[in-house]
Design a protein around this ligand. Structure first.
Ligand code: ACO
Length: 319
């Protein structure tokens, strides 16, 4: 039996306020039909003015720890994947660590845009395998509403706020993270970027995106990445029970599955309800699938994401 990083539990948090496509400001000159057909998005959740990233991440973390049936004090590593931290420093991870009353171990943020959660899992997995951490809390938390230009219909309709978290623990078990592939290519940084500062509690910059080009890169790069990872681990496409993609666009998810030759029924989708929550979208979708009893222990799952950088990657795991 291999020593691996096993998902003990998962939790998600969404702010109270829902904005449907029809609720979007009239001046945007968009329609419910355009947004639904081009992206699959019907609505998004938006944080209230007082809520910071750490508030959302903290709520998701509490649920993940509760579902893991461990105490906060057993966590010795906190990683937050985010592009919308509370401050430039200290990290959102240390703020959440403090709010949880964890006094041991270490905490830091990871910034890989929408691929952040995959990067964070890979880092936590390595610390666990090297026995530098025992129980890692991996959080994806975002308040993208703070970095949207609400006059730009080509970007502001796509995103939402939210947080998701998992607890990874080192165990000798036939389940856990099998392998993660990570990539980046900085030549494409200007396809998707924010033209301003870091902190989400002040005047940050706004998202700029060449959507069509990102779309093209997404389908090609995600397909290759998943195929490479499967091959490295002697796995076949048929072995996959579920794909949990980063939730950017339903058409990207469908086209990637199609190119891989995997049924769309195996692709778990929440973009209709949550829109694109960047690094929070994978743990939020896992949390949704677990609460609906769709994903079960022993299932083979692929997490995959692409985002600004460009960064991309995928994890294969046995839940
Ligand atoms: N409502 C109505 N019309 C719109 C809207 C809108 N909200 N937005 C754009 N349009 C218009 C455009 O102005 C354009 O009009 P024109 O033909 O008169 O010039 C037309 O619709 C087509 O625009 P495109 O940008 O070509 O539309 P496309 O079909 O490519 O869809 C989209 C745009 C949804 C953004 C798509 O390209 C996409 O999803 N791209 C990938 C996004 C992504 O995956 N991002 C990565 C993760 S995010 C991260 O890392 C932070």
């Amino acid at each position: 039996m291999k020593f691996s990083s096993y998902i003990l539990g998962c939790g998600g948090y969404l702010p109270k306020k829902i904005i449907t496509n029809n609720d979007l400001p009239k001046k945007l000159n968009t329609t419910d039909e355009w947004i639904k057909t081009r992206t699959g998005i019907c609505q998004r959740y938006i944080a209230n003015k007082k809520q910071l990233n750490s508030d959302l991440g903290f709520e998701a973390a509490k649920k993940a720890i509760k579902n893991s049936k461990i105490n906060n004090t057993e966590i010795d590593l906190v990683i937050v994947a985010t592009s919308t931290p509370d401050h430039t420093f200290p990290s959102t991870a240390t703020k959440i660590q403090g709010k949880l009353g964890i006094k041991k171990g270490f905490a830091f943020d990871v910034q890989a845009a929408c691929s952040g959660f995959i990067y964070a899992i890979s880092i936590a997995d390595n610390y666990i395998k090297n026995k530098q951490a025992r129980n890692a809390l991996v959080i994806g938390s975002e308040v993208f509403s703070r970095i949207l230009d609400w006059n730009d219909r080509s970007t502001c309709v796509l995103f939402g706020d939210g947080a998701g978290a998992i607890v990874l623990t080192g165990r000798k078990k036939n389940s856990g993270i099998i392998s993660t592939e990570l990539y980046s290519d900085g030549r494409f940084y200007d396809l998707l970027y924010v033209d301003g500062g870091v902190a989400s509690n002040q005047k940050a910059g706004h998202i700029k995106m060449k959507g069509k080009e990102v779309f093209r890169h997404a389908v090609e790069k995600l397909t290759n990445c998943i195929e490479t990872n499967l091959k490295k681990n002697n796995l076949k496409k048929n072995d996959i029970d579920w794909i949990i993609p980063h939730q950017a666009n339903k058409r990207i998810m469908d086209m990637t599955a199609n190119k891989l030759g995997i049924s769309k029924d195996k692709v778990l989708v929440t973009v209709d309800k949550y829109a694109n929550t960047s690094s929070a979208s994978i743990p939020l979708t896992l949390d949704h699938a677990l609460s609906k009893k769709i994903v079960k222990r022993g299932d083979i799952i692929v997490f995959e994401a692409i985002g600004g950088g460009l960064t991309w990657g995928c994890s294969i795991l046995k839940y």
